[in-house]
Design a binder for this molecule. Structure first.
Ligand code: CAA
Length: 257
């Protein structure tokens, strides 16, 4: 695949958007390659880290040169493609960490918002500059940014297109931690490795339950969370881990059973 690559460190998969000459801008080929890379994930991959190739950008947005000449029909096809891909990332059963290593603009910010957790380097810059180009975010960012940051700050960013640097992103909760550029990937892999060491059935249930909080009423979410909770029972991993605690011994590694 030309525009996306997959590597593995233990049980952590790392997807790199790979079009550094255009700051990883997203065109149809890049979106297709990201989707094909997701197809390569296996049950052994317990956490996914997404980052961008090069030192300047995570993803500098959708490809403006491509969008410039699109008519409404083509714009719908392209936006649907990006939107569906980001929804797929959001709904992956494993946790997804965005390691934002520079510009996360437009569609790049939207990609980071579709991830479960965001970490960034000190040189990260977030913005939704679409209104300066005569459009709005097309890959679901309008919905996710309000849920992630709350309506007031989200609308300010949507209406102004202003750039938000890493420290502000940290203080408003957009990113969980900020790293020196050279420490970002090891920080992301460490976090992913910690997650990957936990019981996979429980992690999948925790992600599904947490995702419900943005997507359904409290009543429906509480009921669904009960079933996700019970779904962890009568599994080998639950029984082994609880027995190990009660018997005061180290638990066996989790086996996803
Ligand atoms: N689309 C296409 N090409 C892009 C791009 C984009 N979003 N962002 C960067 N590039 C290309 C540049 O055209 C340039 O290519 P050439 O070398 O062939 O000229 C190359 O990447 C390097 O970029 P710059 O020379 O501009 O680098 P810089 O350091 O001077 O500036 C930047 C970096 C501030 C990120 C600047 O490139 C920029 O503003 N990019 C556009 C960001 C943007 O507006 N993104 C939102 C797109 S709209 C969107 O995403 C809509 C949606 O939701 C569907």
């Amino acid at each position: 695949m030309q525009y996306a690559k997959l590597e593995r460190v233990g049980k952590v998969a790392i997807l790199t958007v790979n079009r550094p000459q255009a700051l990883n801008a997203l065109n149809a080929e890049v979106l297709t390659d990201i989707a094909s890379t997701l197809d390569l994930l296996t049950r052994g991959d317990r956490c996914l880290v997404i980052t961008g190739a090069g030192e300047k950008a995570f993803v500098a947005g959708a490809d403006i040169a491509l969008m410039r000449n699109q008519n409404k029909t083509e714009a719908m096809t392209f936006a649907r493609m990006g939107s569906d891909l980001f929804r797929r990332i959001e709904q992956l059963q494993i946790p997804v960490i965005a390691a934002v290593n520079g510009y996360a603009l437009g569609g790049g910010f939207e990609l980071a918002l579709a991830c479960d957790i965001r970490l960034s380097s000190e040189n990260a810059v977030f913005a939704l500059p679409e209104v300066t180009l005569g459009i709005i975010p097309g890959f679901g960012g309008t919905q996710r940014i309000c849920r992630t940051l709350g309506e007031s700050l989200a609308k300010e960013l949507l209406f102004t297109g202003r750039k938000m640097k890493a420290q502000e992103a940290l203080s408003c909760g957009l990113v969980n931690r900020v790293f020196a550029p050279e420490a970002l990937m090891s920080g992301a892999i460490d976090l992913a490795t910690d997650i990957a060491a936990n019981a996979p059935i429980a992690i999948r249930a925790a992600k599904a339950a947490a995702n419900l909080c943005a997507e359904t009423s409290l009543e429906t979410g509480l009921e669904a969370a009960l079933h996700l909770y019970v779904g962890c029972y009568e599994t080998q991993d639950q029984q082994n881990a609880m027995s190990a605690f009660v018997e005061k011994r180290k638990p066996e590694p989790f086996e996803d059973r």
